[in-house]
Design a protein around this ligand. Structure first.
Ligand code: DAH
Length: 344
């Protein structure tokens, strides 16, 4: 009996090895495994054996049957796949594959929100170089060489091997404002644009200061652009970012490229203006620098200040993200720390 079983085992395995298509496998299935198949008949015959023999051969027979069935299924599946007719459903009880997905950086989330708002108001979204000429970053913005206003924004001067040291003229841009001049030169007037981007300063870094951060610049130039236009745009942005009950207050502040220059402050959204730690008990959050574009800046952009006027503003995107998400250390943004980034 045992020999017969072993013989059949060898026979089936050999045949399975030689098959070339699903048809052939089905034939083997029929010949051995169907109800009247050779293996099934053999197994049925075991019941007529003596108890001892049954014990001896029975265990082995079941083992062989299992082995052959497994092998047959394996080869059959392989051929079904090969022949493109696999209709064996996936095992839905298996755990699913985990897809790892990236997410948006918190600054990108806010930037996109702001872009959507300004696009809906008819603004273009422009870009400017991070490595900027000293001229665009300072001089064209009414901050001439040696002017004390240059002290407000120290940056990284980039060595230009073609120039003598005194003529260094490339800097990592300290703000997005130089892109104003580029936009004017390229598009002329009338002009409505925002320019989001990365800026750099030579800072001693701490929880509130970082050498690399994000801003977005806005400008609108036309025939009679005035302070009311500026105020209404800033009010709109405030309500969009911090909610309908947000108020704006504008206080004079010196920025060389605007006149009059202002600091725009919004009702603190954390305490609704009552005063808290974040707004230093004032009820207001300093968010935006703004003003009416200085005539020298329009000139540097190739526009005639007697014909055109304009407004400009600069928001700290990084600062907005810190406020919105309650982030208390600016250094998280560039840290690449997944524990931080995965929260957004
Ligand atoms: N560039 C300024 C800064 O980085 C922000 C700013 C102030 C931008 C006033 C403007 C403006 O366009 O009108 O501090």
């Amino acid at each position: 009996m045992k020999e017969k079983l072993q013989e059949m085992r060898q026979e089936v395995l050999k045949k399975l090895q030689e098959v070339k298509n699903v048809e052939a496998i089905k034939e083997i299935e029929l010949k051995y495994f169907s109800r009247k198949g050779e293996l099934s008949t053999f197994l049925r015959g075991l019941k007529d054996l003596s108890l001892d023999l049954k014990k001896e051969v029975g265990g082995l027979a079941n083992q062989v049957k299992k082995e052959l069935e497994d092998k047959l299924l394996e080869i059959k599946t392989e051929f079904l796949h090969k022949e493109g007719q696999a209709n064996i459903p996936d095992d839905l009880t298996l755990p699913g594959k985990i897809l790892t997905r990236g997410g948006l950086h918190p600054i990108t989330i806010i930037q996109q929100e702001i872009e959507d708002l300004f696009i809906s108001l008819g603004f273009m979204v422009l870009d400017g170089p991070e490595l900027e000429s000293d001229y665009f970053n300072f001089t064209a913005l009414n901050i001439p060489p040696l002017h004390p206003a240059r002290d407000m924004q120290d940056t990284f001067y980039v060595f230009n091997p073609q120039k003598k040291i005194q003529d260094l003229d490339l800097v990592m841009r300290t703000h997005t404002s130089p892109a104003q001049i580029r936009a004017m030169k390229k598009y002329g007037a009338p002009l409505k644009a925002i320019i989001p981007g990365r800026c750099f300063r030579n800072e001693a870094t701490d929880a509130r200061h970082e050498h690399t951060f994000y801003q977005f610049e806005g400008l609108m130039i036309g025939n009679n652009i005035n302070f009311s236009n500026l105020k209404s745009i800033l009010e709109l942005v405030g309500k969009k970012l911090f909610g309908e009950n947000t108020n704006l207050r504008m206080r004079p502040k010196f920025y060389p490229f605007v006149e009059p220059g202002n600091n725009g402050e919004y009702t603190c959204f954390l305490c609704s203006g009552k005063g808290c730690r974040v707004c230093k008990q004032s009820g207001w959050l300093e968010i935006v620098g703004a003003g009416l574009i200085h005539p020298s800046v329009l000139l540097a952009g190739g526009l005639d200040p007697s014909k055109y006027s304009g407004l400009a503003f600069g928001f700290g995107l990084t600062r907005l993200a810190m406020l919105k998400y309650g982030i208390n250390d600016v250094r998280f943004f560039n840290s690449g720390d997944l524990k931080f980034l995965e929260q957004f």
